[in-house]
Design a protein around this ligand. Structure first.
Ligand code: ZN
Length: 342
């Protein structure tokens, strides 16, 4: 299916049909696409990349091309501007779009920020505040690092995923990472960290202190520099849990503490959150209520699609995912015809 859509996107672009179709669509439907990125990194040889390769959304040259495309074809705004539009204070631009980054990897500062700055494209970065300014590797990247470096042989991990047979084959290891990740995402944070600690002890290796340059969270000086240059910041909680699995106290802590920390660090109000993981089971009505109560006005899922401006789902906004394998025609098609290309 993906391959067929990829072919279709190539045909639409090379046949010069995409732009007219997208124009007709946008004339009939006022909406705002939101792009979701994690990391901007040139991975080189994928087999040698020591962290979760699925989190790399684009290499530097592709990201620059994508932002040039956005600059030429859209009116990029922030969520603060979207709220002004929603509140009727200002009219919507002809083709609004929002660029977002989840987690707070340092490469957002190193690689994305100079491009965004040069092209005058605003963006919003969602921070898991427990990691920002620390020497702690994001837990999912720590897992990837450990399993990619595990010695050959059979190894049991304290999850239902059971025993793994590790060979030198990177693909099998990446598959193991995905299946353990699925389980760790469902655990409470303390239990998850316990599993990772035990795994590290069992394998007899550390993740490297301070974190390896290929996977490092931003620090607050970088955040403040970006904020003063017009980059917007939002919450991605403190510890990156699945919000729907938390009890009320944990939920309140994740929502209010992350917001308070960012506001204190950048001196600007925070009114948007992106739900960690963000799929259909990552949030629910109860989470929405807690998010509202904590003072947020908008919440972002990781579900694909666009957002109709007149019927905006304030706490279930959708995003189009950019992946390292997203080809240029597909990127254009994802923005022009979001119902077809997700
Ligand atoms: Zn995340």
């Amino acid at each position: 299916m993906i391959d067929k859509k990829r072919m279709l996107a190539r045909c639409l672009v090379s046949g010069r049909v995409l732009s007219p179709l997208a124009r007709i669509r946008s004339a009939c439907r006022a909406d705002i696409p939101i792009l979701a990125y994690h990391r901007i990194w040139d991975i080189g040889d994928e087999d040698r990349f020591p962290f979760d390769v699925e989190l790399v959304s684009a290499g530097v040259a592709d990201f620059r091309w994508q932002m040039e495309y956005v600059r030429q074809n859209f009116d990029p705004i922030t969520f603060a501007t979207l709220l002004e539009i929603v509140d009727g204070e200002i009219p919507a631009p002809a083709r609004p779009i929002i660029i977002t980054f989840d987690d707070g990897f340092e490469d957002n500062y190193q690689h994305a920020f100079p491009i965004l700055n040069a092209l005058d494209v605003p963006a919003t970065v969602f921070l898991s505040t427990g990691y920002i300014g620390s020497d702690v590797t994001f837990w999912y990247d720590r897992l990837a690092y450990l399993l990619l470096r595990a010695p050959q042989g059979e190894f049991a991990i304290q999850t239902r995923a059971g025993k793994f047979q590790f060979t030198n084959d990177v693909k099998t290891r990446r598959k193991a990472i995905r299946s353990v990740l699925r389980e760790l995402k469902l655990m409470p944070n303390h239990r998850r960290l316990e599993v990772l600690d035990n795994l590290e002890i069992g394998l007899g290796q550390g993740c490297g202190e301070p974190p390896a340059p290929e996977s490092r969270p931003m620090n607050w000086n970088q955040v403040r520099e970006m904020a003063s240059a017009g980059i917007e910041f939002g919450s991605h909680t403190v510890t990156h849990p699945i919000l729907a699995n938390l009890n009320d106290d944990e939920l309140r802590f994740e929502l209010t503490e992350s917001r308070r920390t960012i506001e204190e660090q950048i001196g600007k109000p925070v009114s948007v959150i992106s739900y960690p993981v963000g799929g259909r089971t990552a949030f629910n009505e109860h989470v929405h209520e807690a998010v509202k109560l904590a003072g947020y006005r908008l919440g972002l899922s990781y579900m694909p699609g666009s957002n109709p401006l007149r019927r905006l789902d304030h706490f279930g906004l959708r995003r189009q995912h950019v992946e390292r394998y997203t080809e240029r025609p597909y990127f254009a098609a994802m923005l022009g015809l979001p119902e077809v290309f997700q």
